[in-house]
Ligand binder design. Structure first.
Ligand SMILES: Cc1cc2nc3c(=O)[nH]c(=O)nc-3n(C[C@H](O)[C@H](O)[C@H](O)COP(=O)(O)OP(=O)(O)OC[C@H]3O[C@@H](n4cnc5c(N)ncnc54)[C@H](O)[C@@H]3O)c2cc1C
Length: 450
């Protein structure tokens, strides 16, 4: 069996490495940091914040076929709990709760019925929303000529203020991590197709039962080592060379590894730095894919103020609040809440106390019981390069899995998957890279993931 080196232990690298190890290949996974999971990781409790923190709340969806395939492979599917049928609630300024609750019927009837009885949108806006969504029921999408971005699509389909504030805005920010004027409508449309027009289960929301690092890292390492693979931490890769059918990889530690094939599952700027100068023009342009931030605020309050797994804050910068007591089954007197703001470059520049104050105010304006509640602990986390900036321009820079070197393959949420920079895009890319190495007889990407 050929030997394969996978560089990068994020979800893309993990999908590739575990698939290859499962198929019997000898695999070395080289990761520059001391843990697996890449951009989806947890921070251990500390003196300043006495509970584990995820670097940002990560949501899963029922249509995440490739992510679930990875989870099943390494035996961690049970670490997800599902909101199925999909149900969302928002708190509005002034303290009213509005919701969208789908029914346990086949898609898209489950959504149509949910919309019909939702009190989150006025009647006229529901009809224009349903019409705008139906354009994505199948490919090719029915997008008006000349419309390229999500914002242009909302204008062209006359979307009203409430569906923009509660549906399109938060959805576009959360899924694409760029605002509607930047996000390509084809990209969001592909997500809408997968979420709402497959089976009802595809639109279920998955919430991890444990902090992210506990969900995947330990078990992924155990799985790979059980298959004879090596997982090498603090082994950042500096360069690689291809000599005929052999690939040589040099680590910053000075160690040298060789293999028959190489999967580079690293972010765009790392790949650009790794790629031998002058051998592939495209590689020099990858840093132009840009960076978009996600900011989170974590609060432990003296008493519980919210119910359920998550709630939307209508019209707020922190669009979603996750209730960690419910997510992780925490037993405590108070309540642990994680607020998240996507496409948040403006917030990322603020200091921690300003972010905490903003999150508290946005919550208190919408949840009267939160007013005056004592904050026992608070912390802000920022991911300045949470995702690349997916726009019409950067779309052209997304590279395929194949490279000019026949035995070197790319993976990562930023490569040309047709999906936004998400866990699912990362896993799809990793499985594709593994598929190229495993050959055509081995179906490496599940039908819905292709
Ligand atoms: C705060 C936050 C919230 C998010 N929320 C969601 C969500 O709710 N749902 C969702 O689906 N997605 C979400 N995402 C996106 C998701 O986390 C990413 O799309 C996914 O984790 C990317 O995986 P990846 O493997 O492509 O890249 P990465 O996770 O970046 O993995 C790359 C790995 O390569 C390593 N590396 C880099 N250079 C080298 C080198 N030279 N040598 C060796 N190793 C190297 C890095 O250390 C890293 O571990 C969120 C992201 C963030 C940051």
């Amino acid at each position: 069996m050929p030997k394969v080196i996978v560089v990068g232990g994020g979800y893309a690298g993990l999908a590739a490495a575990t698939a290859l190890a499962e198929a019997g290949h000898s695999v070395d996974l080289l990761e520059s940091r001391g843990f697996l999971g890449g951009r989806a990781y947890s921070i251990a409790p500390s003196e300043t914040f006495p509970a584990p923190m995820d670097n940002g709340p990560h949501l899963f969806m029922g249509c995440y076929a490739e992510t679930l395939r990875l989870f099943r492979r390494i035996g961690v599917e049970k670490n997800l709990q599902w909101i199925d049928p999909l149900a969302l609630a928002w708190l509005t300024p002034g303290g009213r709760e509005v919701s969208l609750k789908c029914t346990p019927w086949p898609a898209p009837l489950h959504l149509a019925w949910g919309l019909l009885f939702s009190n989150a949108f006025p009647w006229g806006e529901k009809i224009s929303l349903a019409r705008a969504l139906s354009a994505f029921s199948r490919k090719p999408f029915k997008i008006p000529p000349g419309v390229e971005t999500v914002a242009q699509y909302l204008e062209a389909t006359a979307q009203g203020p409430k569906v923009r504030e509660r549906f399109w805005g938060p959805l576009c920010n959360a899924v694409m991590n760029v605002p509607p004027p930047v996000a390509p409508i084809e990209g969001l449309g592909e997500v809408l197709r997968r979420v709402f027009f497959g089976s009802r289960r595809d639109s279920a929301l998955g919430v991890a039962r444990l902090p992210l690092s506990e969900v995947v890292s330990t078990q992924a390492k155990k799985f790979m080592e059980g298959k004879g693979a090596r997982v090498l931490f603090h082994e950042g890769v500096q360069s690689f060379v291809v000599e005929g059918k052999t690939v040589g990889v040099k680590a910053r530690s000075g160690a040298f590894y060789s293999a028959d094939a190489l999967v580079l599952a690293v972010p765009p700027s790392s790949l650009s730095a790794l790629w031998p100068v002058g051998t592939w023009d495209a590689a020099a342009h990858f840093p132009q894919m840009g960076k978009s931030s996600i900011v989170s605020v974590h609060l432990i309050l003296a008493k519980p103020v919210l119910e359920g797994h998550l709630v939307g804050l209508s019209g707020a910068k922190f669009e979603w609040v996750f209730n960690r007591n419910a997510n992780w089954g925490l037993k405590m007197d108070g309540q642990y809440l994680s607020f998240t703001a996507s496409a948040a470059d403006d917030l990322a520049r603020l200091k921690d106390p300003e972010l905490v104050e903003m999150a508290l105010k946005e919550l208190s304006d919408r949840c009267p019981t939160a007013r005056g509640v004592r904050v026992l602990h608070s912390k802000a986390t920022r991911e300045m390069a949470a995702t690349f900036v997916w726009s019409r321009e950067t779309d052209k820079l997304r590279p395929p899995c194949e490279t000019p070197c026949p035995n070197v393959f790319l993976a990562g949420d930023w490569t040309d998957t047709g999906l936004p920079a998400t866990l699912e895009g990362a896993c799809l890319s990793g499985h594709r890279a593994a598929g190229k190495i495993l050959g055509p007889q081995t179906p490496a990407v599940s039908p819905s993931g292709g």
